[in-house]
Write a protein that binds this ligand. Structure first.
Ligand SMILES: [Zn+2]
Ligand SMILES: [Zn+2]
Length: 276
């Protein structure tokens, strides 16, 4: 039993980092550069957590950042919690404003990602993902026994639920705190950060989406960032984009000042038009 739990935990972290380092910070935000071999090494555990096509995942995620918490956001809980949780997964086509040919050109160059994308047929892409995921567990069963296959399956399924839950919890202002004055509902939630290997520092992430580091303050543990830092030391990743707390604070102050100035200008304009 101990071996089973230990294996499950190791696989859980591996799959979760496939999402955080591979799908999210790597493919979706290009927060660092690396060789194709290293990229595939991290995308693989993401794909084996039933996460679907890397192109679909990244295109939807880029749309989330572009239209965050507006009606065009693919999964904002502002417009329905259940839809934001899983409802959006039932969409058979990309919405008209979401198009990988425009928003994920970089990923479409990769023949493996293109194959997994099934030419934009979302249901076929999901079906292929499930088929490959179960086939891999079948292979594990054949070579290493059912315990290994089951631990892998459970770890993959557990990780599947993490980004779905994060999309909702980390966009509900009552459930966390903000470090930065972003214009959206994103908040930092410590327990999501622990489960999602650093991704729960979601307000930090929305303040600087291109950063490979999401935990900004000393107690904001970001295990994915630790791994990226280690890979940088080993020369496996380079041109790592790392945001710092003080620079984000400085930028937030500037944004606040700009907002206040705009309000002042509008008021002045309104007063002048009333006076004349
Ligand atoms: Zn978000
Ligand atoms: Zn993101």
């Amino acid at each position: 039993m101990f071996e089973f739990v230990a294996l499950y935990l190791v696989l859980y972290v591996w799959h979760a980092m496939g999402i955080t380092i591979g799908y999210h910070r790597g493919l979706s935000h290009r927060a660092f550069f690396c060789s194709k071999a290293v990229e595939y090494l991290w995308v693989l555990p993401g794909y084996l957590a039933f996460e679907g096509s890397p192109i679909w995942w990244s295109t939807i995620h880029r749309a989330h950042h572009r239209h965050v918490d507006t009606p065009l956001d693919p999964h904002s809980p502002r417009y329905g919690v259940m839809y934001a949780l899983t409802g959006w997964l039932n969409e058979k086509h990309y919405a008209p404003h979401i198009d990988p040919k425009l928003q994920a050109k970089d990923l479409l160059k990769d023949p493996i990602y293109r194959f997994l994308e099934c030419d934009g047929n979302l249901m076929a892409g999901h079906a292929l993902s499930f088929a490959i995921n179960f086939a891999v567990r079948g292979v594990l069963w054949y070579f290493f026994g059912w315990q290994v296959a089951l631990a892998s399956l459970l770890a993959g399924f557990s990780v599947l639920g993490i980004p779905l839950m994060l999309n909702v919890v980390c966009h509900m202002t009552d459930l966390g705190y903000k470090n930065y004055d972003t214009t959206d509902d994103s908040v930092n939630v410590w327990w999501v950060a622990l489960l999602a290997q650093g991704e729960g520092w979601h307000n930090n992430h929305h303040a600087c989406p291109g950063s490979a580091r999401s935990g900004m303050r000393p107690m904001e543990i970001d295990t994915s960032w630790w791994v990226i830092s280690a890979m940088r030391k080993l020369g496996l990743v380079y041109r790592v984009n790392e945001a710092k707390h003080y620079s984000l604070m400085k930028r937030a102050v500037v944004v606040r000042m700009q907002k206040r100035q705009k309000i002042r200008q509008r008021l002045q304009h309104e007063l002048l038009s009333v006076a004349s």
